[in-house]
Design a protein around this ligand. Structure first.
Ligand code: ADP
Ligand code: MG
Length: 686
């Protein structure tokens, strides 16, 4: 099967008839729980079990071979060796879709790894679409198919949920059931031996009832394809991902858990940003973000209007809004006038505080005016237990206001059990409700982020204008480790570099220095030295007359020295680093940060997937904490950002063009108000 052709999963998600291999007639057994769930399916259901002719009133056959021809999906829940035989038999019978619930494959290590390879071979031989193994199952509510052993199924809804963890999936099902939250699909990916997140993503993107895709992932199988596919999908519908394995310890746990090799977190961060996937940090944020996105209209911008009758929570909300990059604009004069006239004691700034004794009418008017204000893109209403008004009354007021305005509204009712009815009313009106003000704000921020992702112009990545043949020659002739003497490689890519040349003797050094100015810089050439300055291998500001002595002294001090690089002396500037690393999942990444010799200490770096468009290069510059330093701060002039972005863009093309570059550091690039210049380079090639 062609890897880039999306597989049609219709027969998996909407099967004609379903068979359960390993259905059990004994209550309390997993195979019984599974079969009783599957028995609710709208179409024909069969059990496969040699000991019975019927289970739960459904026909039961001894083997897969005895199944009727209409079965298009097999759910397999027998021990591992039997599971492989059953899968093969299904393939032989023309049953091309299977969910393998059986565990004991790759996630177990040892024999399991080989067993999983066999499973992949069987699936490939028959052209089968297999979910799992080690899957918690599949729920397709519109087909009334619950192929899990979860005690409850799922309501039909607009959120598709993918989970790489069965346990987390089962917990989410339970949580959602209690809140009557529906799913378009619930898919437990298991070990992803055959069908991966990419297959599901493509299928869910095409499903008209799926408005939001939410996924818990420990890793992605094919990173480049994921990015390509998700970039398309996120223009149509939001994709939220909770990615586990973010810390070193977490990453190890992920690989021993489902056998996934979690890629490095920086690479995932860069990949998600690139393709517009909304990354969330907690299970709650995943679900709450998905709910908000499935129910609410998208805001035009980031401006929030807050109405509250509770001072403290309103301040918490304002703080959270600032943290999440949302704005609390001053309201329009007309809104301020209406509020001031009707509520003389209220605070009419944003947040609007209509005080603890606010009546229903007062709330109704305030919410109406704030939502109608053209300076407000979305509304947040906060309330604490209240002497005059019940939570349910206020919920009805908000529901009515939400219907009148095409703006998202969320509620933070600090209510406990007094608010249960209110939360139901709000839910029915499509208004997400929270206890914690910060969570309500986060939901609004997610809506605003998605709006920006959906509307961002498609990036225009040029092919670059570098002389690739020349660069290839350079790399061939010098590898596998290149240093400052190879700055000409960057020059081929159009990155400005300091002038200089290689000297193998004191005489040569002096001759070179004559052409470079009154004072020069000497750098030791040695592939054994990682940080030249730490080894006494950098002399800055050597007068031409002193070059011979400086050369001899420096070369004596570094036993592995093979000469020196003589470089023009540049004035002090802001030092930045641009680097390239190759991620096993996502390929070449570009790193940018504040550089110089303290780059590790500062740790102020950001990553992006190569190659970059000009806009993406600019975005990368802006994404570091120290960006204000580049813009100019405290009376210091800023650096020439267009030149710096240009250099980053060009280096990103170098990264994309040469897969053999394993790591590359340009550290530092010296940055000035009118130009940037690279003065050092380290490259390691495969
Ligand atoms: P290394 O990183 O191996 O120690 P570099 O070539 O990066 O060696 O030089 C170390 C530091 O010296 C740089 O961070 C920069 O501050 C300074 N430096 C290097 N080259 C020049 C130059 N041509 N002009 C001025 N300062 C320089
Ligand atoms: Mg350096």
């Amino acid at each position: 099967m062609c890897p880039n052709m999306p597989r049609d999963l219709t027969d998996l998600l909407f099967p004609r008839a379903v068979a359960v291999v390993g259905a059990s007639a004994t209550p309390g057994k997993l195979g019984h729980a599974l079969f009783s769930n599957v028995a609710g399916f709208t179409g024909p259901v069969y059990a496969v079990n040699p000991s019975h002719t019927q289970i739960l009133g459904r026909p039961c056959v001894p083997t897969v071979d005895d199944l009727p021809a209409d079965v298009s999906l097999a759910i397999i829940a027998v021990p591992p060796a039997d599971a492989l035989r059953a899968l093969d038999a299904c393939g032989g019978k023309g049953i091309h879709n299977a969910v393998v619930i059986t565990a004991g494959f790759k996630e177990q290590g040892g024999d399991g790894i080989d067993r999983e390879r066999q499973l992949v071979r069987i699936a490939a031989a028959h052209g089968m679409k297999v979910l799992g193994p080690n899957s918690f199952g599949l729920i397709s509510p519109r087909a009334r198919l619950n192929a899990t052993f979860a005690p409850r199924g799922a309501f039909a809804g607009a959120i598709a949920f993918l989970s790489q963890s069965g346990a987390l999936g089962s917990a989410v099902l339970n949580w959602a059931w209690q809140r009557e939250l529906g799913f378009s699909f619930f898919v437990s990916l298991g070990n992803k031996a055959v069908l991966t997140e990419n297959d599901l993503l493509a299928a869910l993107a095409r499903d008209p009832k799926t408005r939001v895709i939410a996924a818990y992932l420990e890793g992605v199988e094919d990173g480049r394809e994921f990015v390509r596919l998700a970039s398309e999908v996120t223009r149509e519908k939001p994709v939220l991902v909770l990615k586990a394995g973010t810390t070193e310890v977490g990453a190890r746990a992920a690989s021993s858990h489902t056998g996934a090799l979690a890629g490095s977190d920086r690479a995932y961060e860069a990949a998600f940003r690139r393709c517009g996937v909304l990354r969330v940090r907690t299970v709650e944020e995943l679900l709450e973000g998905a709910i908000a996105l499935s129910q609410e209209p998208l805001p035009r911008g980031r401006r929030v209007g807050i109405v509250s009758n509770a001072g403290g929570p309103a301040i918490l909300a304002a703080d959270a809004a600032a943290d999440d990059g949302l704005e609390l604009p001053p309201l329009s004069p007309a809104t301020v006038d209406s509020l001031a006239e009707h509520f003389p004691r209220a605070s009419v700034a944003n947040p609007v505080d209509i005080l603890a004794d606010a009546s229903a009418d007062r709330f109704r008017d305030a919410v109406e005016w704030v939502l109608a204000d053209p300076r407000v893109d979305m509304g947040l209403v906060l309330t604490a237990p209240h002497p005059v008004l019940t939570f349910a009354e206020l919920a009805r007021i908000l529901a009515a206001a939400h219907r009148r305005h095409a703006k998202p509204v969320v509620a933070s009712f600090l209510a406990g059990e007094l608010g249960e009815e209110a939360v139901k009313i709000l839910g029915a009106a499509g208004i997400p409700a929270y206890f914690e003000p910060a969570r309500a704000v986060r939901a609004l921020a997610t809506l605003a982020r998605y709006r920006e992702i959906r509307d961002r112009p498609p990036p225009e990545r040029s092919a670059g204008d570098a002389d690739r043949a020349r660069a290839r020659e350079l790399l061939r002739s010098r590898g596998p480790r290149l240093g400052v003497e190879s700055l000409d490689l960057l020059a081929v890519y159009g990155v400005p570099v300091a002038r200089g040349g290689v000297a193998r003797s004191a005489d040569e050094a002096e001759a070179l220095a004559h052409d470079l100015g009154e004072k020069v810089v000497l750098k030791v050439l040695s592939s054994a030295v990682v940080h030249k300055s730490d080894a006494g291998g950098v002399r800055i500001g050597v007068p031409v007359g002193g070059v011979r002595d400086a050369y001899r002294e420096m070369v004596r001090g570094v036993p592995t020295a093979a000469g020196a690089y003589v470089q023009e002396l540049l004035p002090p500037g802001v030092e930045v680093i641009v680097g390239i690393v190759r991620d096993p999942t996502f390929g070449p990444l570009v790193m940018f940060g504040l550089g110089g010799v303290f780059v590790e200490v500062l740790g102020d770096v950001a990553f992006a997937l190569a190659p970059l468009s000009r806009g993406e290069a600019e975005g990368l510059l802006r994404s570091i904490r120290g960006f204000p330093l580049l813009e100019g701060a405290r009376g210091r002039p800023g650096v020439h950002l267009p030149s710096l972005a240009d250099a980053v863009e060009r280096l990103s093309h170098l990264a994309a063009d040469f897969p053999e570059i394993r790591e590359l550091d340009v550290n530092p690039i010296l940055c000035y108000p009118d130009r940037v210049v690279a003065v050092d380079l380290r490259v390691s090639l495969d």
